[in-house]
Ligand binder design. Sequence first.
Ligand code: F6P
Length: 326
Amino acid sequence: MGKIKNIGVLTSGGDAPGMNAAIRAVVRAAIYNGCNAYGIYYGYEGLVNGDIRRLESHDVSNIIQRGGTILKTARCKEFREAEGRAKAYEQIKKFNLDGLVVIGGDGTFSGARELCQEYDVHIVGIPGTIDNDLYGTDYTIGYDTAVNTVVEAVDKIRDTASAHNRLFFIEVMGRDAGFIALRSAVATGAEAVLVPEIQTDVNDLDKYLEHDYKPHKSSGIVIVAEGDKSGGAYMIAEQIAERHPEYDVRVTVLGHIQRGGSPSAFDRVTASTLGVAAVDALLDNQTSIMVGIMNKDIVHVPFNKAIKNSKPLNHNLLGLTEVLSI
Ligand code: F6P
């Protein structure tokens, strides 16, 4: 691969607040370095079908503060097959793309890794998912905003819970990971948190509610990650309500509001930093890596590592919820 001249950027998988800030950073860093920038629409679908357009600096004006993604996103089945990736490579050649920046989660990086193995393409990934479940980076773009959205919603629910002496089970996103649940539980002073990484024991929760919640508290909040193995907020609430008809139990599922909204300052800065870092990495002839942030430093993590390893939950935070919920 010679000198990088044309850089394509796409967003793929679930959207996350801050993706637009990352697109803006990639486009502007490319142009700043004398390259041409191309937007690839609808993720890998646009790469397979050639839905690709040149982007100028003004095309990414006034988007740093917007949620969603101006490039749209999709989960593309065709790209999972070798035939689909062959079509994508045809488009890469047709548009003379020397490098790609893909913004998304582990599904996005798995596809990119396959393409890098099969063809001579240079691809750098930017972690963009509200779930924060990518190994090798402390933060993924969108996570901070999603946690702030949850906190705002839970604070409101706390008001009404307290007014009625109610126990709420609040389900938050996180199909396979409890990062959103754990951080928002600490930030809202939740009574308990249930995450997919730890097997939920209804007896433990019950014991806690009997000894610590019932005697002293006027309201209770249990944050449940959607991927919790007990079957989600409704299921666990039903079990507790059956055991304790005296509790006034309610359930709220926060759902997709967690994926929208204007990105937080933290997400905008992370996205801007990683967008520029991704272009720098491409210009440095790197490929098949994710750019991330560890202990405030920019790091390069091979796709293989980012996809295969699972990121552990912060055990200090887990300990905090136990200590602070008495
Ligand atoms: O990966 C991000 C995420 O928001 C998960 O937390 C959630 O399980 C999933 O996407 C929902 O996906 P969809 O929008 O396709 O229902």
